[in-house]
Design a binder for this molecule. Sequence first.
Ligand code: BG6
Length: 492
Amino acid sequence: MATIIPVASFDCVVFGATGDLTTRKLLPALYYRYKDGQIPGTSRIIGASRSEMSVEAFRERARDALKRFVPARDLDEDKLAAFLDHLDYVAVDGAGDDGWEDLAAKLAERPDQVRPYYLATSPDLYGSICRNLSAHGLIGDKSRVVLEKPIGKDLKSARAINDAVGEVFPEEQIFRIDHYLGKETVQNLLALRFANTIFERLWTADVIDHVQITVGETVGVEGRAGYYDTSGALRDMVQNHLLQLLCLMAMESPLTLDANSVRDEKLKVLRALKPITPHDVQAVTVRGQYAAGAVDGKPVQGYRADLGGETESRTETFVALKLEVQSWRWAGVPFYIRTGKRLPQKLSEIVVQFRASPFSIFPAESFGREPNRLVIRLQPEEGIKLEVMTKDPGPGGMRLRPTNLDISFEETFKQRYPDAYERLLMDVVRGNATLFMRRDEVEVAWAWADSLLKAWADRPEPPRAYPAGSWGPTAAIALIERDGRTWHEEMH
Ligand code: BG6
């Protein structure tokens, strides 16, 4: 069990305290950190939302949320009761004037606390919440603001949000969340690449044939159809999570692990991403939308039925892309990425396919001479597998077969993997922004996404239908097979 170092005492104000993110993610994450002794007893978590509610009522809501979203084996009644004692509540109108004096009075009780303001609200409110915080004198050296995605729906709206928040908070105090960066296995990419000489030396176009990044989900749009239909998979997943994974795979070694060094390197990758033009769009992109099908053996309806029978929606629930990073290191190495809802498996993985050996000394009948492959499993069944060729044992001659050097993190570390929000919330209190996105990163990623969205918008055809429970439209298979390659799962 790793040593847990307590963070400084804090008052975390959560705007959007009755919303889904707070209930599902933030309260459970804070509970775990409290239970493990990382949160000092003088800290407070102050819920803020428009609803009038007593502190007791807020604590009861929180208790229900924790009972739903924390497994029973981790819920210790005494710890739970003690945790709930640290919860407080103020009714505040993020868009208007009500409640701010009450919040200010509460915060004034403990002026020396670190003060994270977590904006788990609609992004439309970010500007007015920040203006109100400033107008009521609530921003000081120990304040930080945490912004949830989506930060805009294109470059223009992202800039407007960044401008509004930037008017009152300096960039070092702005923490833009991409929860993928808080996942243990995603941070492990940094360890894998920069703490092991064997991989880093091979991380070049000379040795790597291509890279695949897959983030599959079995869920549909659940209760978020309203948001999702104005977003789609490119904005919801690719512009942030998948591009961040690509950055961690493709970036050069940062000078140090400090926030700006890491973010400088990621930014260079984003800048080197080749824009997808209307001319290329047919060849290197596939958009899909799930139709009725079956997931985990259960029949499920299609996306348009999930929207309540809306028949015209052209929103994509699946994207596959062939990307190019225009740099010396990566020239000529495609990055194939795909993500979608209602796929057969919840699975996030990165596959590094090495080039075939240039020449074989083995006789043709030794078959199975497959190039090496590194498979990094981000979730679930987290681990790293390196496929190497070995001699098939026995006197049958020199026959080869692929075998795995296989590390399962579950078996190796035998401990619970903390949720991404646990790490990220503690980093906010510590003031460590390494795993958060800087303004320029978000905006360069949007500029790239905008050109693709525009190219799609100019095309007449809707996204291709795929049956729920499949790996997307067949065109996504063709996208990679045209290049003589295959998506990883097809090889199982
Ligand atoms: C969110 C998206 O950012 O990430 C969701 O808005 C998606 O649509 C989710 O389901 C996936 O996250 P995870 O951690 O379950 O892989």
